[in-house]
Design a protein around this ligand. Structure first.
Ligand code: C2E
Ligand code: MG
Ligand code: MG
Length: 561
């Protein structure tokens, strides 16, 4: 395969030589062919045609003035009429003194005297003119990143696009590479160490690129981009980087992640391709098993779908497209299970896509700062329903609502809830609050204070998804909680894996010692139910009893009890 980059590590550019004399074309062409892709035209008309067909990739035109049919002057005039061709620098080839002045006046960038002198000088002149014209495009920007010596992003994109234009048939990969939790690495080991890592990575990438064609850049911080001919396996690159990091720094604790958009379609925008690769890379967050992820269509569809949902969010709140479902919780401490409460779970009733689960849309709400509005809506609806159940059927159970971490930053959350309850003649006994465990672990002081305050106001606090985060078992002694909700993942395998059951048993025993009741959620099978009951779990929520159901169906359940 042809080299795309010459020794100067630059894209091999296209130039056009226009001369009616065969021998002149040969001499000049020979001088320049090592460094450039050289196209030829034998007269002015042909030159215009070649330019028309290759305008986007032509870096310079070397143009003879004295030609039959159409002179070089006429060619310059023609080209400069067109916005698209105007920017291509023209170097005039001439033996006449007067022609020099005239051609410069007409806008030629430079001239080369015939007969041709030292090849070195001519090459330098062509290079200089191309550089000048490209510099105009990136006036302030520096081409290379100072720290790593890799390209900067704008140049990278520009050159990557050139690579596509010149080699339309190449199968290429858009690759992103970064360091897991780089900001943490910086914090723990210091900036200097962080910089060292970046240099090691850049050097390993350069090494990797020696055997393949393409280019690399450092985009920002620890984000590296590679645009290279297709590789089957990027684990090699990851392994080399890991090896070099350990060899040089002695630290095995740095994790590299790679996202790849493989064999990219050339019609996709270059930046878009790298956001696709990044999307793939993001799927590796917190994954300890894999370092390399590929972008595929499902990811693409997902991101298009997310974009669509984001644009629908505001209208959805205004148009009441959200519906609260209820999933019953059963007290299993007695002979027969008793409906003791339920969890309010929101659904988006999208006019086009139907019922959408919170897993899909909640993250979008969080990103857009709209989760508070949504939660407030759910709380209001839930309280309204409880009031209605009491009035219409003389029955109700306490309902737990989910409280996002974001809600806790609101200083008025307790007042907001108390006012809502009071307006409906209800009390804090009617509404439990589920707060996910990560709220406790991320930024303890302020959030714990907020939770404590809610508790002081009489709200029962259920710690949701316990065990999914990183809090150790003894958090319970310092955290204000009334109930533990075991994360579903714990339950999933207890009926088939002794170790899993052991873990659950351990938590149950500890909770009993702390006198905190435990809810097991995600209980699907009789075998799981039996084990949990046997082990002393008090409350069960899961498909084994019921999926989350509509308010209408929940009312029926309530009446039956
Ligand atoms: P969560 O609070 O842990 O809720 C339990 C989730 O587990 C619910 O998913 C429920 O449908 C599901 N589930 C219950 N039993 C089983 C089972 O036996 N097997 C399996 N496989 N799944 C079961 P859902 O409704 O999709 O909600 C997902 C998460 O979204 C909730 O997890 C909660 O964190 C969040 N969420 C739901 N509604 C709201 C809300 O109104 N506000 C906020 N902030 N978050 C909400
Ligand atoms: Mg919950
Ligand atoms: Mg949960």
């Amino acid at each position: 395969m042809e080299m795309i980059f010459n020794e100067k590590e630059q894209v091999r550019r296209f130039i056009l030589i226009v001369d009616d004399e065969y021998i002149n074309r040969e001499i000049l062409g020979n001088m320049l062919e090592d460094e450039y892709h050289v196209l030829y035209a034998v007269n002015g008309r042909e030159a215009l045609e070649v330019v028309k067909e290759n305008a986007s990739m032509l870096s310079a035109i070397l143009l003879d003035i004295m030609m039959p049919e159409m002179t070089g002057f006429e060619v310059i005039e023609e080209l400069h009429k067109d916005e698209e061709y105007k920017h291509i620098p023209i170097i005039v080839l001439t033996s006449e003194q007067n022609a020099e002045v005239k051609s410069l006046k007409l806008g030629a960038a430079d001239f080369i005297k015939k007969p041709y002198g030292e090849p070195e000088i001519i090459r330098a002149r062509v290079e200089r003119i191309i550089e000048l014209s490209e510099d105009k495009k990136f006036i302030q920007a520096a081409e290379k990143d100072e720290l790593t010596g890799l390209y900067n992003t704008s140049f990278f994109y520009e050159y990557a696009e050139m690579m596509d234009r010149y080699h339309t048939d190449l199968k290429t990969d858009a690759v992103t590479l970064n360091i897991d939790h780089f900001h943490l690495v910086n914090e723990i080991y210091g900036r200097e160490f962080g910089d060292k890592l970046l240099v090691i990575i850049a050097d390993t990438i350069k090494d990797f690129m020696k055997d393949s064609e393409g280019l690399a850049c450092r985009s920002e911080a620890d984000n590296f981009f590679l645009y290279v001919t297709h590789h089957e396996d990027y684990n090699v690159l990851v392994d080399n980087i890991n090896k070099n990091i350990i060899d040089i720094t002695g630290t095995p604790n740095v994790r590299i992640r790679v996202g790849i958009f493989s064999r990219v379609e050339h019609d996709l925008d270059m930046e878009q391709r790298f956001s696709c690769a990044k999307l793939a890379c993001n799927t590796l967050r917190d994954s300890f098993m894999h370092s390399v992820a590929y972008y595929d269509l499902t990811l693409r569809e997902k991101s298009i779908f997310s974009q669509r949902l984001i644009s629908d969010i505001n209208g959805a709140l205004e148009n009441n497209q959200f519906e609260v479902f209820f999933q019953p919780k059963y007290d299993i401490t007695k002979e027969e299970p008793v409906l003791s409460s339920a969890e309010a779970l929101v659904r988006w009733n999208h006019p086009e896509f139907g019922l959408i689960k919170p897993k899909v849309f909640l993250p979008l709400f969080e990103q857009n700062g709209l989760v508070n509005a949504l939660d407030h809506y759910v709380w209001r609806e839930t309280i309204k329903h409880i009031r209605n159940w009491k009035d219409t059927y003389g029955k109700s159970v306490p309902i737990s609502v989910n409280v996002s971490r974001m809600d806790l930053y609101d200083n008025n959350i307790a007042d907001y809830l108390l006012d809502l309850l009071e307006d409906n003649n209800l009390s804090a006994d009617d509404l439990y609050l589920e707060i996910t465990e990560s709220a406790y672990t991320n930024d303890t002081t302020q959030l714990v204070k907020a939770v404590q305050e809610l508790r002081n106001e009489g709200f029962k606090i259920e710690m949701d998804d316990f065990g999914a985060g990183y809090s150790s078992l003894n958090v319970l002694s310092s955290m204000p909680v009334d109930v533990l909700k075991l994360d579903m993942d714990f339950i999933a395998h207890i009926h088939e894996d002794d170790k899993a059951f052991h873990m659950v048993k351990l938590i149950l025993d500890m909770a009993e010692y702390m006198e905190v009741p435990v809810i097991a959620e995600g209980v699907e099978m009789a075998a799981q139910f039996d084990l949990l009951k046997e082990a002393g779990c008090q409350i069960i929520q899961g498909y084994y009893f019921s999926k989350p159901i509509s308010e209408k169906d929940f009312v029926e359940l309530l009446i039956e009890e």
